[in-house]
Write a protein that binds this ligand. Structure first.
Ligand SMILES: [Zn+2]
Length: 239
C-alpha cells in the first residue's frame, strides 16, 4: 500500500517533462521543499490541471514512489491574479530563483512560508510601476531567516559604532564595516547611509514607509549592487 501525503504549499517552479508531464517545485508547510510530478497534467482532460499553478498556494496530495513523488490531487488555495505584468512577473521569477538556489532539503520552516505569503500579497497589491523594493524586501528578509542577517549598527570587525559618512558593505563580514577596517581589507563596497536606512526599514518590515520612499536611480543602483552582491556571495550554487 502506498501512503499519500497532503499539505499546503507554494509552487515556485515548474518544468515540463516527457510528453505531457510537469514537475513542480513546491515549498510546503509540512515537508519543506518537495518536487512532485504531475503525470499527464498537460493534457486538456487532466483533473490535476486547474489546482496547481506557479506562484500560488495549493493544497497538494502526493504519493512517495521509489524515485519520485507523484501528484495525486491539488486544490488551489490562494492565487495572486494581479502579478501577471512584466515588472511583477520579473520579480516573481527572481524570488523563485532564490528559493530554488537556497532551499535544497526537505526542511519545513513556517517563517519562510509566511514571508513568501507576505511578499506575494505585497506584490499583488503594489500600485507603483517600479516594484523592485518588494524584491529587496524579500531578498534581505529571506537571507536573514537563513541566518545571514546583516550587521548594520556596529562594525562587525572592530565593534565600533558606524559613522554614517564612511560605510562599506562587506559580504565576507556579513554587514557594514567602518573605514579603518575597510582600509585593511579593501574587499567591500562603499555605500551611502541611505542604503543602511533602507536595509533597516526592510529588516523592521516597515513596508508602509518603504513603499512611500522616493528612491533615486543612484540609490537604486547601489541597492541593487549591494543586494545582488550579498545574495550571490551566499548562494550555495556559487560555493
Ligand atoms: Zn571596524
Amino acid at each position: 500500500m502506498t501512503t499519500s501525503y497532503r499539505t499546503l504549499g507554494f509552487i515556485f517552479k515548474k518544468e515540463d517533462k516527457f510528453e505531457a508531464d510537469r514537475n513542480f517545485s513546491v515549498f510546503t508547510k509540512d515537508f519543506g521543499r518537495v518536487e512532485v510530478l504531475g503525470k499527464s497534467i498537460r493534457k486538456i482532460a487532466s483533473k490535476l490541471r486547474g489546482g496547481i499553478e506557479i506562484f500560488s498556494f495549493s493544497e497538494i496530495e502526493f504519493v512517495q514512489g521509489k524515485v519520485r513523488k507523484t501528484l495525486t490531487d491539488s486544490v488551489a488555495e490562494k492565487r495572486f491574479n494581479n502579478i501577471y505584468k512584466p515588472e511583477k512577473l520579473k520579480i516573481s521569477y527572481n524570488i523563485s530563483e532564490m528559493l530554488d538556489d537556497f532551499l535544497k532539503g526537505e526542511e519545513k520552516d513556517e517563517k519562510i512560508m509566511s514571508l513568501i505569503e507576505d511578499v506575494f500579497t505585497k506584490l499583488e497589491d503594489y500600485k507603483k510601476e517600479n516594484c523592485s523594493i518588494v524584491y529587496y524586501y524579500f531578498l534581505w528578509n529571506f537571507i536573514s531567516l537563513l541566518g545571514y542577517e546583516p550587521e548594520l549598527s556596529n562594525c562587525p570587525i572592530c565593534q565600533q559604532k558606524l559613522n554614517p559618512y564612511n560605510l562599506y558593505f562587506s559580504n565576507k563580514e556579513g554587514g557594514v564595516i567602518c573605514r579603518s577596517c575597510y582600509s585593511l581589507k579593501k574587499e567591500s563596497l562603499k555605500i551611502k547611509s541611505d542604503i543602511v536606512k533602507i536595509l533597516r526599514l526592510i529588516l523592521k518590515k516597515d513596508f508602509d514607509i518603504l513603499s512611500r520612499l522616493k528612491i533615486s536611480s543612484d540609490i537604486g543602483n547601489s541597492l541593487s549592487a549591494v543586494s545582488e552582491g550579498y545574495k550571490n556571495y551566499l548562494s550555495p550554487k556559487n560555493i
